[in-house]
Design a protein around this ligand. Sequence first.
Ligand SMILES: NC(=O)C1=CN([C@@H]2O[C@H](COP(=O)(O)OP(=O)(O)OC[C@H]3O[C@@H](n4cnc5c(N)ncnc54)[C@H](O)[C@@H]3O)[C@@H](O)[C@H]2O)C=CC1
Ligand SMILES: O=C(O)C1=NCCCC1
Length: 312
Amino acid sequence: MSRQPVFLSDGVVAGLLRYEELIPRLEEALGKFSLRRSSELLQPVRSVMPLQNHSGFLGLMPSYMPNEGILCTKMLTFYRREAGSSLPSTQASVLLFDPEYGNVTAVMDGLDITHKRTAAVSAISAKLLKPAQLDILCILGSGHQALSHYEVFTLLFSFKEVRVWSRRMESATRFAASVKGPVTVCSSVKEAVNGADVIITVTSSSEPVLFGNWVKPGAHVAAVGACRPNWRELDDDLMRDAVIYVDSREGADTESGDIILSGAKVFAEIGEVINGTAPAFCEKTTVFKSLGMGIQDAVSAKLVFDKWKSQQ
Ligand SMILES: NC(=O)C1=CN([C@@H]2O[C@H](COP(=O)(O)OP(=O)(O)OC[C@H]3O[C@@H](n4cnc5c(N)ncnc54)[C@H](O)[C@@H]3O)[C@@H](O)[C@H]2O)C=CC1
Ligand SMILES: O=C(O)C1=NCCCC1
């Protein structure tokens, strides 16, 4: 069992990972996670080491799904970057092990996995908590996650209008020009979210950018940024008035400033909605607070590795 691990570059991973195959695997994993059967799935809360010099952190995200033959960890760094930096703010590597023997079988670049699995889980939340009307999609932020969220949301849903807002107008304009379909560039958050049915927050902000009194009652918000206990994207009004769903209760209670600082109560994990053990309040304003989980990376990496092996 002393074979060297294979290395799969970002280009190879991106070529193999397809939303159509990824989404059902993520749904299954989210449902399993919420059952809390430790014989089937283990995933501790992300271990985080702050990197003060960079307003960032290094995170370790292990997970184990013995029945799936998955033992995996993602290692990531998040650095708060100035606009125009050539490096992405989140960088990641994923290690897959042979669960039988403990040797590393594959090391893969984790960028595309992080972009796609995060966006796919937000799209799953919108599918489960679908508002009655689905005409307007609004994306706040114009970076990597904005792009992957645009891709999967326009793949799964048919919006009449897609809007984008970014702190710097030229970034929003560049984003709109880079995607296939029409995108309205908005000059303020208030204008962007006005009447929107689905709002995605994908900013690196540590202060609220989205305020509850701007949000249409019954809208669904997928809140993806603000992944540290003292960072916010959403204000107290929105956190108090919406029904709050999360990927992991333990993760949310440990890492989400929006939840910890607002004192908002988590209603359910989206895995519980998938399992039918918690209701989907589609008619109410809902927030899905995403922090990201190791199992999401693990099932993505396993999918990529199996496809790569089948082509050798
Ligand atoms: N929940 C999850 O599973 C994951 C969450 N993330 C988080 O998603 C967010 C976006 O990630 P990426 O798109 O990869 O980053 P990025 O660096 O590519 O884009 C960040 C965006 O945030 C904007 N921004 C930065 N500071 C801001 C501020 N103070 N106010 C408003 N906008 C601001 C930037 O202009 C840019 O549009 C980050 O907070 C990241 O930590 C990233 C990966 C997974
Ligand atoms: O789950 C992830 O991957 C990340 N979550 C929070 C921000 C950095 C990446």
